[in-house]
Design a protein around this ligand. Structure first.
Ligand SMILES: [Ca+2]
Length: 136
């Protein structure tokens, strides 16, 4: 039955070439994902870390991913004492308040547990200049 084999072989060939074409282009990916999001499938995108909505899939080109203000309610990160929270696009950081510095001498940290802000001691500066205790 050589006659009936031909359409089957042709169909198989078409099927395989379609599969191969699909594999070549990788998984289907939505081309319209809004800024600050990544493609999840051909019809959905997800906001990058630090952007809102954080756990909802975006399924329309009109969707947007907005920066989450980690320094404001309801998230409000606690930077601890003598420190301020600074919001940035896609992230945030904590920094010591004016007149305070990290023990390490570094500038930024990420939360209260890393807070080592301490007053920049005026007395230490005076000692460096040669003043003794009680002279000022
Ligand atoms: Ca932010």
């Amino acid at each position: 039955m050589a006659v009936s084999r031909r359409p089957v072989a042709l169909a198989l060939c078409v099927f395989l070439s379609l599969c191969r074409a699909g594999a070549q282009h990788g998984p289907a990916c939505a081309k319209w994902c809004p800024p600050n999001s990544v493609c999840v499938s051909g019809t959905a995108c997800r906001c990058k870390l630090g952007f809102s909505p954080p756990d909802k899939l975006i399924t329309s080109p009109t969707g947007t991913c907005d920066d989450i203000n980690e320094c404001a309610a309801p998230l409000k990160v606690s930077c601890g004492k003598f420190a301020d929270c600074e919001n940035t696009e896609g992230s945030y950081y904590c920094t010591c308040s004016p007149g305070y510095e990290l023990e390490s001498g570094g500038k930024n940290f990420s939360n209260e547990s890393e807070n080592t802000c301490r007053a920049i001691l005026f007395a230490v500066t005076l000692q460096h200049l040669g003043f003794q205790k009680g002279q000022v």
